[in-house]
Ligand binder design. Sequence first.
Ligand code: IPE
Ligand code: IPE
Ligand code: MG
Length: 256
Amino acid sequence: MTDFKDKIDLNKLPQHIAIIMDGNGRWAKKRGKLRIFGHESGVKAVRETTEAAAELGVKFITLFAFSTENWDRPKFEIDALMQLLVNTISKETKTLNDNNIKLVAIGDLKSLPKDCYQNLNKSIENTAKNTRMTLVLALSYSSKWEIMEAVKRIAKKVKEEQILPENITQKDFSDYLPTSILGIPDPELLIRTSGEYRISNFLLWQIAYAELYFTPTLWPDFRKENLYEAIFNYQTRERRFGKTSEQIKQNSNEQI
Ligand code: IPE
Ligand code: IPE
Ligand code: MG
């Protein structure tokens, strides 16, 4: 097996990696188990990925844990997932502190069950001073929802005559998104597991120029080495931002 960790250029790490953790249900089904067994098994992948990212020096990692659309799943699965969240967040807070990792969350958090919301807030408060890395949980999250929230707040400002519509900039808009409010830069790398090639309403504004990486690995099987491989793959790409390849090469030569 190739050791991708040794191939990673630590000076060119993405600052922020976002992950759509998908495939828990299929992982369980393959083993003749209930879907929730897949979710439970996914916790180990969360731990490994978070640890690997922190060890490398990645500054932000965002994990898509529950979407607004996931509320349409069977009640049994939602209840079990929320319980798993409550338990995991409480149990992992100490590890987060031991590793100097700050927890934050984005999404319609008030729609979470009360115990889940309270536990989450407790863990967020308890880890607020940590500085090594920020772990962002996207919970009851959908990008269109957060964009609409931002639109409504800007519309209110316009109505109150605090801002002129023609003066609204891209920066003004993104300043109303929770990612900016929390000081989270746009992800340079977006990973989706389980072989699905879609974004599923995740960080639509923020991934405008992210590199996309899709892997057939199901989330419960995702380990440190899978993260290293994704980062290595990201580092082989030329990010042009609309410019020509020649311009990019010239710029990097000038920097040397
Ligand atoms: C991802 O795994 C976890 C959540 C969406 C909560 P899934 O539960 O979507 O698993 P698959 O995609 O059905 O295999
Ligand atoms: C996306 O996975 C949401 C999370 C990973 C939490 P889904 O399994 O819900 O996405 P779709 O339905 O396959 O697009
Ligand atoms: Mg899925």
